[in-house]
Design a binder for this molecule. Structure first.
Ligand code: HEC
Length: 109
């Protein structure tokens, strides 16, 4: 009985921690609308050629780009300012959101 209770409780702990770890696509969406959409578009398909399309880009690529702008290992004056105010969770959520959009990245338009 005791073992059963312990097993059940650790099962609950696992579920709770995996929910905390998961990126929050809704939080990413609202952050994107607030901060990024003016340049990259709400779904990451920027209409302007001087702002890269990031909709449908790989999640790990977006995440790495944002971390690199933040650390300065990738240098762009505009994105450095954008990334500076993002938390690690913001970066994860934004990468999750934009990578989940269908991008026109491969259409060569
Ligand atoms: C004022 C316009 C502007 C805003 C707002 C902006 N960006 Fe950018 N972003 C740029 C420009 C310009 C570049 C290209 C910089 C470069 O050459 O490295 C870029 C590059 C990127 C890249 C790299 C794309 C690639 O193909 O390598 C990512 C990812 C990105 N932005 C995400 C974001 C996110 C997420 C936000 C919101 C937090 C955001 N940007 C807000 C202008 C903007």
């Amino acid at each position: 009985m005791k073992n059963y209770v312990i097993a059940a409780l650790s099962g609950v702990a696992l579920i709770v921690s995996s929910q905390v770890m998961a990126a929050d696509v809704e939080a990413g969406k609202s952050k994107a609308a607030e901060v990024c959409a003016s340049c990259h578009g709400a779904d990451g398909n920027s209409p302007a050629p001087n702002f890269p399309k990031i909709g449908g880009q790989h999640r790990t690529y977006i995440e790495k780009a944002l971390k690199d702008y933040k650390s300065g290992s990738r240098n762009d004056p505009i994105m450095a300012g954008m990334a500076a105010s993002l938390s690690a969770a913001d970066i994860e959520n934004l990468a999750f959101y934009y990578s989940s959009q269908s991008g026109s990245l491969n259409s060569h338009k």
